[in-house]
Design a protein around this ligand. Structure first.
Ligand code: G4P
Length: 527
């Protein structure tokens, strides 16, 4: 291997790019903050979702963010730890998440699933899990809030299997919970980590010969010791074996118990995660699989964020590097546009203070200044015509008919709709009934609000949205499609590419349509 290839291999080997998936309030902000502290974060793109809206001062989403105290769009954080370079792709943790959240997951090589141990698997976690699961990426679970009275750990594991269909392997096991929580037994390192209320900076670790070591009894007391023996024996006998191959395929999730707010179990989690999680993985493209160590630079845009700086009407395209070395000023092919562009102002991963990035490697995310030339899914590459597989279009769950208040603004309205769909802010559908109405589809309510706000602020158009009762959308593939079959509690529309999409008010309507048309395919993502 020549020197350049060795450097490239090392850079790839040390990188870990992941997203945290969770339901609001499970503790994602808290966990992210702790992880960043361990790493002494070197770069923050956007901010970790702040409970204080002032943190978003430089974002143009400000108004909406301020009102709600949430971060609207995902951001990227980078830090170094123990020889690794870690990229965390943050996903909006609020109820009002959007398609950006889903798309961000496509840029991650693994996911950390954060669960509130008192609540178990919640709705948003389930949705995000499904997107990760479809990609077959490894998932690492952190059971949070062990300092509170939580659910039985076996129950939690069973829920992972029942609700998500994933087997689990506890890497550590809690000794008691809530007021009685006295720490965890680390099954891998054979040690006790003691939870001391109050002192979170220094965690006492005691090496033991096994979970039946007298030291465990001394620390846990008779009752918890007996309980621990029973539980761990059961796990040893009836639990799954640790199998890295299964972990890599997303069939088995390593589980860690801890408490993010107390910084308990976070470091152990981080260290195990860095060891077990995959480095940047190859990506499918028109030229076959592209290995990250391939010497030529390539990457794709997974997110476009507008107006990060209110002083400028610019957009930032977030690009995941898939292969080769990125260097500032390099010339690359923008395949869809069929032209060469120079990446001279890679406005870095930053929303807050924009840093110029000089070099970056596979697994890293860079923010490119976008004067309107990029679309979600665009591929850039050096020297060759690599086109990465298209990003999936996720099935919307909320729908509104859209009209304008002032008919004279029709032109600006259409332009706005066009650009915002291109950015992936919303999906737009056209009715097929002959009235030429537009229906917007989103996965989170906030997308409607962002849409309304931006149409007014950027295109000077006031829109009216009428919520429609539909809850499901399915792309329909059928040679002999009969539109008259979509009249009761459903409607047939077309997407931007003229694909037929059926909207349903409820699951019953959707099922009966499927039964009536057994020859048709109903797809959850666009064909
Ligand atoms: P999110 O980003 O997933 O929405 O969750 P976030 O970190 O904001 O945490 C949600 C709440 O859970 C916060 O409390 C936080 O302090 C708490 N929390 C996080 N980790 C733990 C833990 O390990 N144990 C316990 N007991 N609580 C935890 P809050 O009252 O909503 O906010 P704050 O007033 O503490 O800021």
């Amino acid at each position: 291997m020549n020197q350049t290839a060795t450097i490239m291999q090392n850079e790839v080997d040390k990188r870990r790019t992941f997203a945290i998936i969770s339901h609001p309030d499970a503790g994602k902000t808290t966990l992210t903050e702790k992880l960043l502290l361990f790493g002494g974060a070197i770069r923050l793109a956007g901010t970790v979702k702040g409970r204080k809206a002032s943190r978003h001062a430089t974002s143009d989403w400000m108004e909406i963010e301020k009102q709600r105290g949430i971060s609207v769009t995902s951001s990227v954080m980078q830090f170094d730890y123990a020889g690794h370079r870690v990229n965390i792709l943050d996903t909006p943790g609020h109820q009002d998440f959007s398609e950006d959240t889903y798309r961000t997951l496509t840029a991650a090589d693994s996911a950390v699933m954060l669960i509130d141990s008192a609540k178990g698997v919640e709705a948003q976690t389930k949705k995000l899990f499904q997107v990760c699961s479809k990609r077959g990426i490894p998932i690492f679970t952190f059971m949070n809030k062990m300092d509170r009275e939580g659910r039985d750990p076996f129950d939690l594991m069973e829920e992972l299997e029942q609700v998500l269909g994933i087997r689990s392997y506890p890497m550590n096991w809690p000794i008691g919970s809530g007021k009685q929580f006295c720490g965890v037994y680390d099954r891998v390192r054979k040690q006790l980590e003691l939870f001391q209320n109050g002192d979170h900076d220094h965690i006492e670790v005691r090496k033991v010969s096994g979970y039946d070591d007298p030291i465990v009894k001394e620390i846990a007391g008779e009752f918890l010791y007996e309980q621990l023996q029973e539980q761990l024996q059961l796990l040893d006998v009836a639990g799954d074996e640790f199998d890295l191959e299964k972990v890599s395929k997303g069939e088995l999730t390593p589980v860690f118990f801890g408490s993010a707010i107390n910084n308990f179990g976070v470091q152990t989690f981080l260290e195990n995660f860095l060891e077990l999680a995959p480095q940047p993985q190859p990506r499918n493209s028109s030229q076959g699989e592209i290995e990250p160590t391939y010497e030529k630079f390539s990457g794709y845009v997974f997110k476009i964020q507008a107006n990060m700086n209110p002083a400028h009407r610019d957009r930032i395209a977030f690009l995941r590097i898939c292969s080769g070395k990125f260097e500032r000023g390099m010339a690359v092919k923008h395949i869809r546009a069929g032209k060469e562009i120079k990446l001279s102002q890679p406005q870095q991963f930053l929303a807050q203070e924009r840093d110029i990035v000089e070099v970056a490697y596979p697994g890293d995310i860079i923010g490119l200044f976008d004067p309107g030339i990029f679309r979600i899914g665009d591929s850039l590459s050096q020297g060759s015509e690599i086109i990465f597989d298209e990003l999936p279009t996720f099935s919307p769950e909320l729908f509104s008919k859209v009209t304008i208040k002032n008919a004279l603004k029709q032109k600006q309205f259409l332009k706005g709709i066009d650009q915002l769909t291109e950015e992936g802010t919303i999906q737009v559908f056209q009715t097929t009934s002959g009235f030429d109405e537009l229906i917007l589809g989103v996965v989170g309510q906030l997308q409607f609000e962002v849409m309304e706000h931006r149409m007014r602020a950027e295109y000077g158009v006031d829109i009216l949205l009428y919520r429609l009762p539909f809850q499901f959308a399915r792309w329909v593939i059928d040679d002999k499609l009969d539109p008259s079959k979509f009249r009761v509690n459903s409607q047939l529309v077309k997407d931007k590419k003229d694909n037929f999409v059926a909207l349903f008010e409820n699951e019953y309507a959707m099922r009966s349509a499927m039964e009536k048309m057994p020859q048709a395919k109903f797809l959850e993502t666009a064909p």
